[in-house]
Design a binder for this molecule. Structure first.
Ligand SMILES: Nc1ncnc2c1ncn2[C@@H]1O[C@H](COP(=O)(O)OP(=O)(O)OP(=O)(O)O)[C@@H](O)[C@H]1O
Length: 598
């Protein structure tokens, strides 16, 4: 994988909305540049006092001129705030969008890891620090570029002006710059090291808070409140130390740059004063005033530039972290995608409709072949090895085996939810190169042992943004044997089901997830052990409704792949795959199962 270039990434971000970027840049040029005008006025004013200027104004004229410039700057600042806010929001939205898309495109059951941190696993709680802090860091860095651009333009202008007044003194301004560059070079590794450590410490805290909240019951049952809190305190203390170290280094650097340029300015002015005392001095009082005024433009730019470079080093850490999380190059974080944000003074664009397009006839499942699928969980020899299977259109295949024999792993590898380490999958004879994107509705749908539902209404959970008629919704609910349960809910489909569906029973959760699956009318229906949450009668009813799909709807011929231990399910299967310690022990029918199985 190519190393990530922060400069290239910043350029990619700048290019995303160039109109907005340049509008903001021009406004910030005004904001940075308007204070330069008083410098010229000051020169004329002082020269007028010593009769060296032909630009004569009354005292009110001078005041009006200053006020006019001040007013223009206020207007520029207000307008600049609008463009700046929009630009900031656009930048962080793009980064967060890409981060989210990267996470969505990963094999869904693979644990999240931080490649930049020895492949340590990242808990869902810790993701916050990537989305919040790292995205913000990059956003800050991009918007800094147009401010620094404005500063640079005026610094160069000032430099030219000062060189024309006195080149000797002007060249002295480069002394602080040289020192700033030396300091930055020496400190850049440490800057990155401290930033990485503080980000990881934040990640540990958010991760622990997330785990604690999702395990409140377990903590209480174990009477472990004190020790969990002590551990949290320890993690927070460590974060505090690392954050202080990181912030302190940044603050020391910033103040060093500012002090360096201030001291440099002092030295230059002393030198200028000394020059003015010499008999062949060519510096007028107005020139000196102008010199003092414009000198700060150049020196401030150096201090600002130093801070910008230090910030860029820290952004490099953020970029590496985010790219490591989604296992992509840095370009994945800054890739251009449409965002549907509200533009300034325009209506918010409409989001595209989510439609489930029917499969082409040629794409419908006729034959699914998986050859030698192998996957071992990281750091273990557990998982599945060399598992092959074949599914024909309309068939009913059951995967069975002892607890821990690899049934769930096999389904996940086949569906692309875990990345296979070796093996091949063919859909109608065509090789499937990216199972995680291929095995999705309307080709296939999967209900895991513990389905994930969201804190929303039942309708939203089943549709997940899909546009379907009420009849289709009702049909999917009836097929999933959820109709009776629904009839007892006063708000029907508009019933909120609570966080992760906690207001539903285990069986209701599983059947709601089944309805979510069926409304998409997939060709391949994959279930992981429905019997874990359903009683025998409900499960039987569910199977009889699922098997009636084709007769009720001849355009839909589902193929079934299920994990089950239940005799009744095994008995009506076309094919059984018996797994043992991650390998296929037997492929056959119910009668072929070894007598020791039951
Ligand atoms: N995330 C994981 N990390 C490490 N090992 C795992 C992980 N998940 C499962 N395993 C191990 O992989 C093996 C297969 O697990 P799997 O969940 O596929 O079995 P299973 O047959 O579906 O079990 P069950 O009948 O309990 O659902 C087991 O030995 C299990 O301990």
């Amino acid at each position: 994988m190519n190393p990530i270039s922060i400069w290239h990434s910043l350029w990619q971000l700048i290019r995303y909305n160039q109109r907005l970027y340049w509008a903001d840049t021009i406004l910030w040029l005004f904001i940075a540049g308007l204070p330069a005008l008083p410098g010229l006025i000051i020169r004329e004013f002082f020269n007028a006092l010593t009769n060296e200027s032909s630009f004569l104004l009354s005292i009110w004229g001078w005041i009006a001129l200053f006020l006019g410039i001040g007013l223009a700057r206020i207007v520029a600042i207000f307008t600049g705030c609008i463009t700046k806010t929009q630009h900031r929001f656009t930048m962080s939205s793009l980064i967060r969008h890409n981060l989210l898309m990267g996470l969505m495109n990963r094999p869904g059951a693979e644990p999240l890891t931080d490649r930049g941190n020895s492949d340590r696993s990242v808990s869902p709680g810790a993701i916050i620090s990537f989305f919040r802090d790292d995205a913000y860091q990059l956003e800050n860095n991009v918007v800094f570029t147009n401010e620094i651009f404005g500063e640079a333009v005026f610094a160069v202008g000032s430099l030219v002006l000062l060189l024309s007044i006195n080149a000797q003194i002007t060249l002295l301004v480069f002394l602080p710059l040289i020192l700033i560059i030396i300091i930055l070079q020496r400190i850049s590794d440490r800057l990155k090291l401290y930033r990485r450590a503080s980000r990881q410490a934040t990640q540990q805290v958010t991760s622990m808070v997330g785990e604690m909240f999702s395990a409140v019951q377990a903590i209480k049952v174990a009477n472990a409140e004190e020790s969990v809190l002590a551990r949290l305190r320890q993690t927070c203390d460590r974060r505090q130390q690392l954050m202080v170290r990181d912030r302190l280094l940044t603050a020391i650097l910033e103040s060093s740059f500012e002090n360096l340029v201030s001291i440099g300015t002092g030295v230059i002015l002393l030198f200028a004063a000394w020059l003015m005392r010499s008999p062949n001095d060519s510096l007028s009082v107005g020139d000196l005033a102008l010199f003092i005024y414009y000198l700060s433009y150049i020196t401030n730019f150096f201090a600002f530039g130093g801070e910008f470079l230090a910030q860029t080093k820290q952004s490099e850490v953020s970029l590496e972290r985010m790219a490591g999380l989604i296992d992509s190059e840095g370009s994945g974080i800054t890739a251009h995608h449409r965002l549907y944000l509200k533009p300034i003074a325009k209506q918010t664009p409409k989001l595209p409709r989510i439609q489930s397009l029917p499969l082409l006839e040629s794409d419908r499942l006729q034959d699914l072949l998986a050859l030698n699928l192998t996957y071992c969980y990281p750091g273990t020899n557990r998982g599945i090895t060399d598992v092959s299977l074949r599914l024909r259109r309309g068939s009913f295949t059951v995967i069975t085996g002892q607890v821990g024999s690899g049934k769930t792993t096999l389904l996940r590898v086949l569906m692309g939810l875990l990345p296979m380490q070796s093996g091949e999958i063919y859909w109608n004879g065509q090789k499937v190169n990216n199972p995680s994107q291929f095995f999705a509705p309307p080709r296939s749908a999967y209900t895991p042992q513990v389905p994930q539902l969201f804190s929303n209404t039942l309708r939203e959970n089943i549709l997940l943004g899909l546009e379907k008629s009420n009849e289709e919704l009702e049909m999917a609910i009836a097929l999933a044997v959820f109709d009776r349960d629904l009839a007892t809910m006063p708000n029907g489909l508009n019933t909120p089901i609570g966080v992760k569906g906690m207001r539903l029973s285990g069986g209701q959760l599983q059947r709601a997830a089944t309805a979510r699956m069926l409304i998409r009318q997939p060709d391949l229906l994959v279930f992981d052990d429905l019997s874990s949450a359903l009683d025998v009668e409900t499960e039987q009813k569910l199977w009889s409704r699922l098997f009636s799909i084709h007769s009720a709807n001849p355009n839909w011929t589902p193929t079934y792949l299920v994990v089950s231990h239940r005799r009744s399910v095994l008995d009506c299967s076309d094919r059984i795959i018996l797994l043992d310690r991650g390998r296929v022990e037997m492929t056959g029918t119910f009668d072929d199962l070894p007598s020791t199985y039951f």
